[in-house]
Design a protein around this ligand. Structure first.
Ligand code: FES
Ligand code: FES
Length: 212
């Protein structure tokens, strides 16, 4: 009859006992505990920052500017973009928010006759500026020639990009970058049309520049 060898059989252990921490478990434990303390500290610091930010007053500034011929004075959060000023404060929703990052041109307006992406322009930097949006382009019931050209050339489909395209086109014509369809394409390249109306948009700009 054979019997199983007792668990205690064999030579006595020469290393650390099984209950004693090995070098490896010691390092692992201290790393985890240390990481937890650091992470906990980071979370606590972020919570403190958030609480402090919530109680601190938001920095604001007063700015006076002219929009479509009307003088306006407003106090805004310093971080407000011109696009948000127009849309949220003045109710001028013709300028569109496409990307809000300067990549699509849907928010294009004229500031002192220069086309800008209003989503990238801080409102508080526009003291005494003259801003023209799509709402200010027509004269009464008479459309601006480029607005009329967009209709005649069928230069839009969904229309989302159209206000930005027209404001950019007005700038393009004023700047004289209309020598050829290729030149117009180049100088209108910051305005994206997801409907692909580019050939008609170029024709509308050409028409307005008197090239057609
Ligand atoms: S919304 Fe300003 S560039 Fe796209
Ligand atoms: S007409 Fe639809 S995005 Fe240009």
């Amino acid at each position: 009859m054979t019997t199983d060898a007792p668990d205690t059989a064999g030579p006595p252990p020469t290393g650390p006992s099984s209950s004693a921490p090995t070098r490896r478990t010691f390092i692992a434990t201290t790393t985890v505990v240390g990481g937890a303390v650091i992470a906990g500290g980071g979370i606590a610091a972020a919570a403190l920052d958030a609480a402090r930010a919530a109680t601190e007053p938001v920095p604001t500034s007063r700015v006076s500017l002219t929009v479509n011929g009307t003088r306006r004075t407003v106090t805004v959060d310093n971080r407000t973009s011109l696009l948000d000023l127009l849309r949220e404060h003045f109710g001028l929703t013709g300028s569109k928010k496409g990307c809000d990052a300067g990549a699509c041109g849907a928010c294009t307006v004229l500031v002192d006759d220069r086309r800008v992406n209003s989503c990238l322009t801080l409102a508080v930097r526009l003291e005494d500026a003259e801003v023209t949006t799509i709402e200010g382009l027509a004269t009464g019931d008479e459309l601006h020639p480029l607005q009329q050209a967009f209709i005649e050339q069928d230069a839009f489909q969904c229309g989302y990009c159209t206000p930005g395209q027209i404001m950019s086109g007005v700038g393009c014509v004023k700047e004289g970058h209309t020598g050829s369809p290729a030149e117009i394409q180049e100088w209108m390249s910051g305005n994206i049309c997801r409907c692909g109306c580019y050939p008609n948009i170029v024709r509308a700009v050409e028409q307005t520049a008197g090239r057609k």
